[in-house]
Design a protein around this ligand. Structure first.
Ligand code: TR5
Length: 144
């Protein structure tokens, strides 16, 4: 399954693939991710939107003219959507509303896509829940 995945999750560099595999192996370990450093501003990022609960910043490896990640500042067990519980309802709503604000600020309200990759079979590489907001070009369907 791992070798198949490295064929399918293609837009990753070798380094990213290696770290994705390591991340997948410890997906639910609760280990900190690179996003903690972005939240704490230990690593610079291009912030598009921020409030008390949510941070939105540009993806370092954009797959569209607009590619922004929307994350909860407190992961609170949400390594991926598959870990969601009823108590996460409020922050999940805040993430989706922030995605709309991002789309508005980026001028892509006429057509944008929100993607959540969940788990190894969906090519998730960072185990801190994040919404991808993609737009600025004609999107295709199915996404693959
Ligand atoms: O593959 P999934 O769905 O888990 O998405 C993770 C996303 O995080 C990918 O689209 C990466 O390009 C993105 N990413 C990874 C890093 C990073 C980032 N976006 C902004 N800044 C980043 N830094 C500083 N470091 C990363 N490793």
């Amino acid at each position: 399954n791992h070798s198949q995945r490295s064929l399918f999750c293609t837009n990753a560099t070798h380094d990213e693939e290696a770290s994705a595999k390591a991340a997948a192996a410890s997906a639910d370990s609760g280990a900190p991710t690179i996003f903690d450093k972005i939240i704490n501003k230990e690593i610079p990022s291009s912030i598009v939107y921020e409030d008390e609960k949510v941070l939105a910043f540009r993806d370092i490896n954009p797959q569209a003219p607009v590619h922004v990640l929307v994350i909860p500042k407190a992961r609170d067990g949400l390594t991926h959507l598959g870990k969601a519980e009823a108590r996460h309802g409020e922050v999940l709503g805040q993430l989706f509303y922030a995605a709309k604000i991002v789309a508005e600020r980026e001028g892509i309200l006429d057509g944008f896509r929100v993607v959540i990759n969940n788990g190894p079979d969906a090519c998730q590489s960072v185990y801190h829940l994040h919404l991808h907001v993609l737009g600025g070009r004609q999107m295709k369907w199915p996404p693959g």
